[in-house]
Write a protein that binds this ligand. Structure first.
Ligand code: BG6
Length: 298
């Protein structure tokens, strides 16, 4: 669907070189780029932008946008096989997805984007996951933001995949934020195992940890006075990533100082918990992001 005539009045597709679905209701405003089906903006009514997008992000479809919520699929990072799988984070975030439908149900706008194995046939890395599949990303924008990836195995062979909602949260100063829910939780960073301390996580530089966590997390940002609640469904891991000053300086699509303004808290089904779908079956993984005022004193 690329025709505005079929959209509800609360949504429209931009007609530029990098088409985006723009949603504007009394509950929120948001945007999803068709390239990678990447949510690049979500602003709850009366609130501020939830998602970080770098000022140096590239929006022409030549590479994933540095920010928003890229969908890592059919693998996360270097993947679930013994050898390194390329490209990093799978091919889905580097391909245009089809917009299937947009429905407004009492100011909750649900949009569906589809990627099939056929659409991905020429993508680098496709040979690593060669099965026929249909992946459908449902994006629900209301008071909260909910993403669900439903993958149907349309092949005669079983399908194994990973998925991560690679969410870049916008924060005023990451060093003042606290991430709750990973206390005492096991993680791996650069192949080395560790355990979260008994205190909420503070990030003051580079971090790249894959936590063995499927529980609800909360990100408190005292400067913005807000709490973000991150609820995964059918997820297995939480990844916390920030490039730190040196990493940001080395990236061409992020400004040097911007590491302070973002924190990736990713919701994934990965590693030893990669999804296995039988022929004809569908599996779902989802995340819901909700914003509330930070209780006084936190
Ligand atoms: C994180 C990974 O999920 O994504 C990091 O854990 C990686 O290792 C980061 O650097 C960003 O990846 P990319 O490919 O978008 O630069």
């Amino acid at each position: 669907m690329t025709d505005n005539a079929n959209l509800p009045t609360t949504a429209f597709l931009t007609a530029d070189a990098s088409p985006r679905l723009v949603v504007d209701t009394r509950r929120c405003r948001g945007e999803v780029g068709l390239y990678g089906a990447t949510v690049t903006s979500f602003v709850p009514a009366g609130g501020r932008e939830l998602l970080f997008v770098s000022k140096k992000a590239v929006h022409d479809g030549s590479r994933p946008v540095r920010g928003g919520i890229p969908v890592c699929f059919p693998w996360f990072g270097v993947g679930f096989m013994d050898e390194r799988m390329e490209p990093l984070h799978g091919f889905a975030r580097k391909l245009p997805w089809e917009l299937v439908e947009v429905v407004d149900d009492d100011a909750v706008v649900t949009s569906r984007f589809r990627l099939t194995g056929r659409l991905a046939q020429d993508a680098p890395g496709r040979h690593l996951v060669p099965q026929a599949f249909t992946a459908e990303l449902e994006v629900r924008m209301g008071q909260t933001l909910r993403l669900e990836l439903a993958v149907t195995n349309t092949d005669s062979e079983p399908l194994t995949y990973e998925v991560a909602f690679h969410t870049y949260f916008s924060v005023l100063d990451v060093t003042a934020c606290r991430l709750h829910g990973l206390e005492g939780v096991e993680y791996v960073q650069d192949g080395v195992a560790g355990v979260g301390s008994r205190y909420p996580l503070r990030v003051d530089g580079h971090i790249d940890r894959v936590y063995d966590s499927a529980t609800q997390l909360t990100l408190d940002d005292p400067d913005f006075g807000r709490r973000i609640t991150i609820t995964g469904e059918n997820s297995s891991h939480a990844i916390v990533w920030n490039p730190g000053p040196q990493g940001a300086a080395e990236m061409t699509d992020m400004a040097d100082h911007e590491w302070v303004q973002m924190l990736c808290v990713e919701t994934a089904r990965a590693r030893d918990a990669a999804v296995m779908v039988a022929p004809g079956a569908t599996a779902r993984v989802a995340v819901e992001l909700a914003v509330s005022e930070l209780p006084v004193g936190r």
